[in-house]
Design a protein around this ligand. Structure first.
Ligand SMILES: [Fe+2]
Length: 207
């Protein structure tokens, strides 16, 4: 049974802005399949790029576009559970503890004035979220019994109402509505887990 909980200083130094910079500058990794953002329609309409002759995957987002999106919108990068050794071992611990496969989604919000695209919502997987940089308020409300029932309102009393600082972690089980509001530029890693085997191979290659 997974229940909502908050742990202060649970995992320090999981991922820094510096390490994330190295990841986002790795162009072949930053494809539109992995880099997710909700853009305004007119922004999307004007988004075109040409790939140079050495680019093998034309779905890679050019750095100048990536930089502009990261600076201005809430975005996340999926399939990052092997992006660093620390994230891979955190993912392994989740898989060993809950016996469910996990991924790592890196959430980035550098512009705190933009409205969070999800608002109050619930997910179809359990989640552990580790705050890595900045400060974000998380509210979690009681589980919804039926996915068609109305979502809680901001003024409804939450089960958890916490300000997450770097190193803090929160557990948000499947179908528990939640809301993230960043006070400062923020980066966090969310580990969604659900389902059954197979598990990703977690062998870490050290050369
Ligand atoms: Fe969520």
């Amino acid at each position: 049974m997974i229940t909502p909980k908050f742990e202060k200083n649970y995992c320090s130094n999981l991922l820094s802005w510096e390490e994330l910079s190295n990841l986002v500058n790795n162009l072949p990794l930053m494809t539109v399949d992995r880099f997710k953002v909700n853009l305004p329609e007119d922004y999307k309409r004007n988004l075109h790029w040409e790939s140079d002759r050495w680019t093998t995957n034309h779905r890679s987002v050019p750095s100048i576009v990536l930089k502009d999106i990261i600076e201005n919108y809430v975005c996340h990068i999926e399939e990052m559970s092997r992006s660093t050794e620390a994230i891979n071992s955190f993912a392994r611990t989740i898989e060993e503890t809950y016996h469910m496969p996990t991924d790592a989604h890196i959430y980035i919000c550098k512009n705190v004035t933009v409205e969070h695209p999800f608002g109050i919502h619930f997910d179809d997987s359990h989640n552990v979220i580790v705050q890595c940089e900045g400060e974000t308020n998380f509210k979690v409300w009681d589980m919804i019994k039926d996915r068609n029932q109305p979502l809680p309102k901001l003024l409804d009393h939450p089960l958890l109402d916490v300000d997450m600082k770097p190193g803090d972690a929160i557990w948000i089980p499947y179908h528990y509505p939640h809301l993230a509001t960043s006070y400062t530029p923020r980066m966090s890693v969310s580990f969604p887990f659900m389902g059954d085997k197979p598990f990703q191979n977690r062998e870490w290659i050290q050369l």
